[in-house]
Design a protein around this ligand. Structure first.
Ligand code: FPP
Length: 224
């Protein structure tokens, strides 16, 4: 089976740059190039939806210089890539708190969402200024405010990832083996795949290896 929803923690840009004596921003630019080339490939393999972790709420405390470089890349991507995504039937979705971003970046992302809202073939979600705990707490507070009791379904629907299905395969590059506050609720039964490669070095063939491994896994969802 091909995973319906793949999520990727794109980690290792900084170390990729450091190894080459380059500024961290060069690592993020290389990461963006890699991301661009992977997206079409991921969907060509039959994956319906993909969520990419680009910036956590915790990352917002990085030096301003690095954040500005990232914001510049986000702006560049969301203002230039929309026509291509639109033609490929991809709906862009922001997952995270856009209010924490500079207004022109938030507006570029919101504009990409609006321009692709009619597409139905794929959803490409970007977790930007995102934290899973923050998202879960916000959903809880909504239920409290409305005086309603949550079910697993209604709770999923209250998260910023709704209406995406649960994550089937979660890939993390960069040799770290942790979830770092990413899609904690949505990944309850995700298959995990960790790559030693830094994200700018993570190729289409590496992605295919993760898919092959996923296909060998026995997903029992707690049953026998
Ligand atoms: C983590 O690596 C990566 C990030 C914080 C940024 C990821 C961003 C991109 C791949 C560009 C994405 C662009 C768009 C448009 C979404 P790190 O910097 O923590 O690496 P390190 O662990 O080696 O220091």
């Amino acid at each position: 089976m091909i995973p319906r929803h793949v999520a990727i923690i794109m980690d290792g840009n900084g170390r990729w740059a450091k190894k080459r004596l380059l500024p961290r921003s060069a690592g993020h630019r290389a990461g963006l190039q890699r991301m661009r080339s992977l997206i079409g490939h991921i969907f060509s393999r039959g994956v319906e939806d993909c969520t990419l972790f680009a910036l956590s709420v915790e990352n917002l405390s990085r030096p301003q210089e690095e954040l500005d470089a990232l914001y510049g890349l986000f702006f560049e991507y969301f203002t230039s890539e929309v026509p291509r995504l639109k033609d490929s039937g991809v709906k862009v979705k922001a997952v995270g708190d856009l209010a924490l971003l500079p207004p022109r970046v938030a507006e570029a992302i919101a504009c990409a969402e609006r321009d692709t809202a009619q597409n139905t073939a794929h959803t490409l979600a970007f977790a930007i200024a995102y934290g899973a705990r923050r998202d879960i707490v916000a959903a809880c507070n909504n239920f409290v405010r409305e005086g309603k009791e949550a079910t697993e379904e209604s709770f999923s629907a209250a998260l910023s990832t709704a209406p995406l299905p649960p994550v089937d395969l979660l890939i993390r590059t960069g040799r770290e083996m942790r979830l770092s506050n990413f899609l904690l609720y949505e990944s309850a039964y995700a298959e995990l795949w960790f790559s030693d490669k830094m994200f700018p070095d993570f190729t289409k063939a590496d992605f295919d290896r993760a898919l092959e491994e996923y296909q060998k896994r026995d997903r029992r969802f707690g049953t026998i």
